[in-house]
Design a protein around this ligand. Structure first.
Ligand code: GLY
Ligand code: MN
Ligand code: MN
Length: 431
């Protein structure tokens, strides 16, 4: 049984069919096959279906495919449940559809040329032997991406459940942070509580960084203990049925921030607030990044760390010394949901020195993370080339005492609507 209603799946397939009409004579979207763990007899990695397949089929079972032709629309093919599976795993999910063993003959009968065949999802895997071209695949994928960017009500429902579980996990983490507690213990408490409140997985490897580790963007928690006066940066989100939250908070160890930590925190929280409010239809995502960069740069000038005009500091990319990543990305079906760029734009355009994963105007139905941050990263600040390039833009002497702050990031998940943006993660206190 799929988690999604028949109506919701039918609507998705209709939207996808309208989008890909004309791009191909055959579109085959495969789930993918489980991966064997090398040397791990009888063991496989946890199977994650290709999101294109899962989105269309509502099924997380491996080995299946959704086939589309202009005449017949969508035909689901599924891997039937075997007696072996029943023995070892009980009764697994068995979606409706034709036996995937019939797919080969079906494809032959379909007779589409490779030039007009788009292999999406995991591509030609397992028993699926069919040829397509990269050009046809890319064309069909771009059109499907446009449709998948908009989350339907059932997807948003799963994201709300993921956010509730994540809120419980972050609340527990906040509770256990104290001098002497190590990163790994905070992670364990956070994840256990997230699972207790309905998550069936973490959406990505949890990040917990204490002290200097808070400035490592994707830090894997270890045995480092928190000390009074340090920061703890936590970036962790629970997932429900593949739909995940992606939430960051930065907490003080002890009751309050130090003066310097508070100054940095205030700039980041102001960026979060203003950029979240910008999540409205028609707003360019690069402009949201730029607004965060303006707030952060102007704050760093006031604190005496950066020098010069805010526009100049964005133009020269000096702000990326302290805000080196993009303001956010699409989130939903996985921690990186379909993003991309508008068709008339070069892929990978940077903004204020950062790689921004989305280069589009926002539309209602998009779900975005907004995640401004300021970091004092030794690998960046001690790089001789950057010190030379930004000799005038940074007051290198004034910067020194700020380095102990480490890093501050705050991250929420926003649904773009025709009215006010909806903050799915608003119930998680900022500090
Ligand atoms: N959790 C990784 C990120 O925020 O993108
Ligand atoms: Mn995150
Ligand atoms: Mn994120």
């Amino acid at each position: 049984m799929s988690l999604f209603s028949t109506d919701a799946l039918a609507e998705r397939r209709d939207r996808a069919a309208s989008a890909i009409e004309g791009a191909a004579d055959l579109v085959l979207v495969t789930a993918g096959e489980p991966l064997q763990i090398p040397g791990g007899l009888d063991q496989q990695y946890r199977f994650v279906p290709h999101p294109e397949y899962y989105w269309l089929s509502g099924s997380r079972r491996s080995g299946g495919a959704m086939a589309w032709t202009p005449d017949d629309g969508w035909t689901p093919f599924v891997r039937p449940v075997t007696a072996e599976e029943r023995l070892w795993e009980g009764d697994p999910e068995a979606p409706e559809g034709r036996d995937v063993a019939e797919l080969e003959d079906w494809l032959k009968a379909c007779g589409a040329s490779p030039e007009r065949t788009a292999l999406l999802g995991a591509g030609a895997t397992g028993t699926v032997q069919v040829e397509g071209t990269a050009a046809c695949r890319d064309g069909a994928r771009q059109r499907l991406d446009v449709v998948r960017r908009h989350k339907d009500a059932e997807e948003i429902g799963l994201l709300r459940r993921a956010a509730r579980a994540t809120a419980a996990g972050h609340a527990r983490a906040r509770e256990v942070i104290a001098p002497g507690v190590d990163e790994r213990s905070i992670q364990i408490e956070l994840e256990a509580e997230t699972f207790r409140h309905g998550a069936d997985a973490m959406g990505y490897e949890s990040i917990v960084g204490v002290g200097a580790n808070s400035a490592v963007l994707h830090f894997a928690p270890g045995r480092r203990r928190a000390e009074e006066g340090e920061l703890v940066l936590i970036d962790a989100g629970g997932a429900v049925a593949g739909y995940t939250s992606d939430v960051t908070r930065t907490y003080p160890v002890g009751r309050t921030f130090t003066e310097r930590q508070q100054a940095i925190f205030d700039l980041v929280s102001r960026s979060l607030r203003e950029c979240s409010d910008l999540c409205r239809p028609g707003i360019e995502w690069h402009d949201v990044h730029r607004r965060a960069a303006e707030i952060l740069a102007s704050g760093l000038v006031e604190l005496g760390i950066l020098r010069g005009s805010v526009d100049g500091l964005l133009e020269s990319e000096a702000i990326a010394l302290f805000f080196p990543h993009g303001i956010g990305h699409m989130v939903g079906l996985g921690v990186r949901d379909v993003g991309g760029h508008a068709p008339d734009r070069e892929p990978g355009r940077k903004c204020c020195g950062a790689r921004v994963r989305v280069d589009l105007p926002l539309e209602a139905g998009f779900v975005m993370t907004v995640e401004p941050g300021l970091y004092f990263v030794p690998a960046i600040l001690d790089d001789p080339e950057r010190r030379q390039r930004f000799a005038d833009a940074v007051d290198w002497t004034a910067l020194e005492p700020w380095r102990d702050v480490g890093g501050v990031r705050l991250e929420d998940n926003l649904v773009v609507t025709e009215a006010e943006p909806e903050n799915l993660t608003a119930s998680i206190p900022l500090s």
